[in-house]
Design a binder for this molecule. Structure first.
Ligand code: 5AD
Ligand code: SF4
Length: 479
């Protein structure tokens, strides 16, 4: 192994789950003395891949680097430190990062002092770290999802030793409060309510890369949201791999329903949450969502497959009938609720009949939006050991058929809004047209609209005048 400091990941350790209480660290964050001005006069470039958990982690990373005196640049060529916060959910996510590392390599020829870092879920994978060590000498620093708070020391060590540093913990993890944060949005904020996942769906790498399900204390979450409200934030999204499990590790009964109720009472205009697992979506939760106008009627409810045998092999803990019954219960109490979902096609040995059940599920739930994926084998997960008899062209063709159906329902659902009024939280000018504003309705529909005296962060009443498959066009209603 080349010279350097190494603590490598291990999936064997990462999957251990004990009953030990999670450590919740409240100590105020302090930069160790030698790292304090390390970034003064230096610039960093950060690129984030993957899900909202990574986005939120990147806000902490920017907070830490800014505290060290670094400034952020959006030009790779200007940077002294380039960091990629990576995603491991599917192989194509990893390939993108590896490709990017190849492209960025040439920057080192012009600037030999340039440092490359890689963090996030790929850093937690044994195989990837081995590959990086062997084939990507341009990467100077690798750290994982459990030790973001160690970034100052790790950067210092890498810079001073001029050797490679790899520090990845493969453990259940803890909850570390009070890390610096530079929020990327001024009106919408992500709020972690829990970390990790204990579901171990057979295809999924997340329980190995992000540790065990562990909740933040309710008081810590409520204080953070009150502060966000005081700062003028209009929307918070409560984040967790499976938010329904909130509080179980703290011994709380109906933890998420209670938390959601308390968050809504703070009175921030919009509350969203993601992701919900259909298995433990309680009736209490439905009641709380129905009760509060500021909990948005848009639920992301990953189904993965519409076939009960397939769901069983996936380790999802619900049947197709149970999922439909949950959908019915939600719609009965929250009639204006929109639904989005995640679907995997081409799971090992999925038959045409089983895939038909997934299409039937889409007919039943008429999703507003669905993220659809071809199954990707993840080394170390149980599904990766299954012998698969479904050829790739069959999988691609199923994905296409599925997407066509999803598009139909998206369009059909959007038609319902024609000539109706929606409330839009304004994100800013539309990317395509600087005469047009864009934002999201309460139901999480993307709305492009015209109007006068509109500002980012306003909540505006908009009349829908035109309907597209994936968005709605409207005109602001003058007050
Ligand atoms: N292959 C394809 N899709 C996957 N997902 C998770 N793991 C895999 C995998 N191995 C999808 C699931 C999940 C979403 C975040 O990513 O649909 O809900
Ligand atoms: Fe992965 Fe399943 Fe956990 Fe979601 S619930 S993160 S799909 S293991």
């Amino acid at each position: 192994m080349p010279k350097g400091n190494y603590q490598l990941p291990s999936f064997k350790d990462a999957k251990i789950r004990t009953r030990e209480a999670v450590k919740i660290e409240h100590t105020l964050f302090k930069l160790p003395e030698p790292t304090k001005n390390l970034g003064v006069g230096r610039k960093f470039y950060l690129r984030t891949y993957g899900c909202q958990a990574n986005e939120r982690d990147s806000e902490t990373i920017v907070g830490i680097l800014t505290a060290m005196g670094f400034t952020q640049t959006d030009q790779e060529e200007d940077a002294d430190f380039i960091l990629l916060n990576t995603c491991a959910i599917r192989k194509n996510a990893e390939d993108k990062v590896l490709g990017e590392l190849g492209m960025l390599k040439k920057l080192k020829t012009n600037n030999p002092d340039l440092l490359f870092g890689l963090c996030g879920c790929m850093a937690q994978e044994e195989e990837i770290v081995q590959l990086l060590l062997k084939k990507y000498p341009q990467v100077d620093l690798i750290f994982g999802t459990h030790n973001i708070h160690r970034l100052p020391e790790l950067l210092y060590q890498t810079m001073m030793s001029k050797e490679r540093t790899v520090e990845v913990y493969s453990k259940e993890g803890e909850v570390i409060e009070n890390l610096p944060v530079k929020r990327f949005g001024q009106h919408k904020a992500w709020v972690n309510i829990m970390y990790g996942c204990d579901k171990f769906c057979t295809y999924c790498i997340v329980p190995y890369t992000r540790g065990k399900e562990r909740s933040r204390l309710m008081d810590d979450i409520l204080v953070e949201i009150q502060e966000l409200k005081d700062q003028g934030y209009k929307e918070v999204t409560l984040l967790g791999q499976n938010v329904n499990a909130y509080g179980k590790d703290l011994g709380l009964e109906a933890g998420f329903a209670h938390l959601l109720d308390e968050v809504a009472k703070i009175g921030i205009p919009r509350v969203r949450f993601t992701t919900s697992h259909p298995w433990d979506f309680s009736n209490d939760m439905i009641d709380v969502i129905a009760k509060h106008d500021n909990i948005m009627p848009a639920i992301h409810l990953p189904v993965q497959s519409g076939n009960s045998d397939m769901l069983k092999i996936m380790g999802r803990r619900y049947t197709s009938e149970e999922y439909k019954a949950l959908y019915d219960r939600i719609i009965a109490k929250i009639p204006n609720c929109t639904f989005s979902t995640d679907i995997i096609v081409g799971f090992p040995n999925e038959t045409e009949e089983q895939f038909q059940d997934t299409l039937d599920m889409v007919d039943y739930c008429k999703y507003d939006l669905a993220y659809t994926f071809i199954y990707s084998a993840r080394e170390g997960t149980p599904a990766a050991k299954m012998v698969d008899n479904v050829p790739m062209d069959v999988k691609s063709e199923r994905l296409q058929r599925l997407n066509e159906k999803i598009g139909l329902y998206s369009n059909m659902n959007n038609q319902k809004y024609l000539n109706k009024e929606v409330k839009v939280l304004v994100d800013g000018l539309s990317k395509r047209n600087d005469q047009v504003f864009s934002g999201y309705s309460e139901e999480n529909k993307l709305i492009n609209f015209t109007g006068k005296n509109i500002h980012e962060g306003d909540i505006v009443r908009v009349k829908i005048v035109d309907v597209k498959s994936w968005s709605l066009n409207g005109e602001a209603i003058e007050e």
